[in-house]
Design a protein around this ligand. Structure first.
Ligand SMILES: [Zn+2]
Length: 459
């Protein structure tokens, strides 16, 4: 395994002449005030400690001239699945899935059962490296590896740490493996949440956690009660899929509930800090219930298109809304563009510039709420998590055009350096921190195991 060389040791850094874009005041305010300024940034430890024009170098400081390059906060992915990182290129199932449920039973559920402990780690390491290369520095991961549950969130954390990213982790609790398996998945969330609670110090936390759950249609009512108890115990929200397709509503109604949101509300899971992904098949009343209870709804536009589940009502999403990639990749610019462009087609309401801004900034708001740190700003006291773009930018970036530049100007290939916690964790052209041959061998092993699972298991 190639060693990563920390570049943040020593007395610190002075980054001069950056064209700095940031989104929020440094305090934990939910009100954005995006601005672009040409300033210097001083980095000590894992935080920015000073910002201003013409900062004087201090003794021993590593001074770097950015030559006008754009500096911006590292992007946040509100919902992803690192466990699917080894999926690209896998053989297609013999029977082409005809529905969203068959996509799960033929592809994703065999995959999550085929992952062993090493494959979980390699999925996270490879996925994290791909994320860093496209400028994503903080991920809300939703993990599943049903035959390798205990300790799996540690494997995910190891993979993220190898690259240097931050993560809010959880395990997808489900009843599809039976009560014993269900209990193991609950315990993994409990274990992880106890662990991250113990780690909190004055440093910016590398990790935090939520209570993970797959989706209402694979969860029994008593399991929802167990999840609510875990939320209470750890004062955390739940992270789960909600109405990605129509299955959630159908199964819920078969069980005697009016709708999936009512069921989750009744079990106390629609609460501040909860994070629901997709929300394609939601009614205006469902959306209102989520809004009123201060929960988050994450839009995963490209995944929705790929799975053919329909168009989410993004123009009615609650105040707490952001973008996720659902494991497609971690390119947040691509995610926002896809939804913005699709919204300009006839059909459901458009996203528009106002919506694009709300969802884009929502990722940083979500990170601020969960980590209780001022992500999304590059001012004194903020985590030193930022991207340095290539100095060539064909049009000027300013306070009044930042959103247009994010939508149409700045792209993943402009990311020259990625900094997290005051360390440069990636520079364009750097080698991967994990061997490709090892990842590819694990991918083959997982794909072979999936073949047997498709024939034998439908759970
Ligand atoms: Zn998902």
């Amino acid at each position: 395994m190639a060693a990563k060389t920390p570049s943040g040791d020593g007395p610190g850094f002075l980054l001069r002449n950056g064209r700095v874009l940031d989104y929020f005041p440094p305090e934990l305010s939910a009100d954005p005030s995006p601005r672009v300024e040409s300033v210097d940034l001083r980095v000590r430890g894992d935080r920015i400690v000073a910002r201003g024009s013409g900062l004087t170098p201090e003794a021993g400081e590593d001074v770097r001239d950015l030559d006008g390059a754009v500096v911006m906060p590292g992007n946040v992915n509100g919902h992803t699945h690192l466990y699917s990182s080894l999926a690209p290129g896998m053989p297609a199932p013999r029977n082409v899935p005809r529905s969203f449920t068959e996509i799960l039973t033929e592809i994703w559920w065999p995959l999550d059962r085929a992952l062993d402990a090493e494959a979980v780690f390699l999925s996270a390491a490879a996925g994290a490296w791909e994320a860093a290369r496209v400028g994503t520095t903080l991920l809300f991961d939703h993990h599943s590896s049903l035959t390798s549950v205990g300790g799996s969130l540690d494997r995910i954390a190891e993979g993220l740490s190898l690259v240097g990213l931050r993560g809010c982790l959880c395990y997808e609790v489900t009843d599809r493996g039976g009560p014993g398996s269900r209990d193991t998945t609950l315990e993994e969330n409990d274990r992880w949440l106890r662990q991250v609670a113990q780690r909190r110090t004055g440093d910016v936390p590398r990790f935090c956690g939520l209570v993970g759950a797959h989706a209402g249609f694979t969860l029994e009512d008593d399991t929802l009660d167990d999840l609510a108890q875990l939320c209470e115990k750890h004062q955390a929200g739940v992270h789960m899929h909600l109405c990605e397709g129509t299955t959630d509503r159908e199964v819920c109604q078969e069980r005697g509930w009016k709708d999936p949101v009512e069921r989750l509300v009744a079990h106390g899971l629609v609460r501040p800090g909860s994070l629901f992904a997709h929300g394609v098949d939601l009614t205006p009343l469902d959306l209102q219930a989520i809004e009123e209870r201060g929960a988050w709804l994450v839009h995963n536009g490209r995944s929705n298109m790929n799975n053919g589940v329909g168009r989410a009502p993004v123009d009615r999403f609650p105040d707490r809304a952001c973008f996720g990639t659902d494991g497609v990749d971690d390119n947040m610019w691509a995610e926002m563009r896809a939804t913005f462009f699709r919204g300009n087609e006839p059909g459901r309401g458009p996203l528009g510039f106002r919506g694009a801004q709300r969802f884009w900034l929502g990722g940083f708001r979500l990170a601020r709420e969960c980590f209780r740190e001022p992500f999304g700003t590059l001012d004194a006291g903020a985590p030193a998590d930022f991207l340095v773009c290539h100095p060539f930018m064909r049009s000027p970036l300013a306070t009044d055009n930042w959103l247009s530049m994010i939508l149409f100007g700045i792209q993943a290939q402009h990311v020259a350096e990625v900094w997290v916690g005051g360390r440069r964790i990636h520079r364009a052209g750097d080698p991967a921190p994990v061997e490709a041959a090892r990842c590819q061998a694990a991918a083959r092993r997982v794909w072979d195991a999936m073949r047997g699972l498709r024939r034998g298991a439908k759970t």
